[in-house]
Design a protein around this ligand. Structure first.
Ligand code: SF4
Ligand code: SF4
Length: 116
């Protein structure tokens, strides 16, 4: 988990966030206790295709640990692709932070991976 997230409140995992999920990923979130509302349905005959959902509650996997809210399923291989690919410091990250009164992350603090 990115160190950037330690100053956050799990803003990207909270009620009201939109997320693309296939059927198995939606089930994973539901099994964790998170509420979901479908906006663009997953096709019944193509459960691997991603639909669009809104979290109607904070994600159930978001738990307080070491004094801050973080994903308790971070090491779980079944975590949705949307979670795996969500980048700390991205535009989407800052868009999640702002409504919760958390300052955007300046571009200068975002670690850059340089190929060797
Ligand atoms: S909104 Fe950004 S900083 Fe906050 S937990 Fe999500 S990825 Fe991390
Ligand atoms: S599974 Fe983890 S990363 Fe994904 S929304 Fe829930 S708390 Fe956030």
């Amino acid at each position: 988990m990115s160190e950037i997230c330690s100053g956050c409140v799990g803003a990207c995992c909270r009620q009201g966030m939109r997320v693309e999920l296939n059927r198995a990923e939606a089930d994973f979130i539901s099994e964790g206790g998170g509420g979901l509302r479908s906006i663009v349905p997953v096709p019944l005959d193509q459960p691997e295709i991603r639909g669009v959902f809104v979290l109607t509650t904070d994600c159930g996997y978001l738990q307080k640990k070491d004094g801050w809210l973080q994903c308790s399923a971070h090491e779980n291989p079944n975590r949705p692709r949307a979670c795996l690919e969500f980048a700390a410091g991205s535009v989407a990250c800052n868009n999640a932070r702002l409504p919760r009164g958390i300052a955007p992350i300046p571009i200068a603090v975002i670690p850059v991976e340089v190929a060797a």
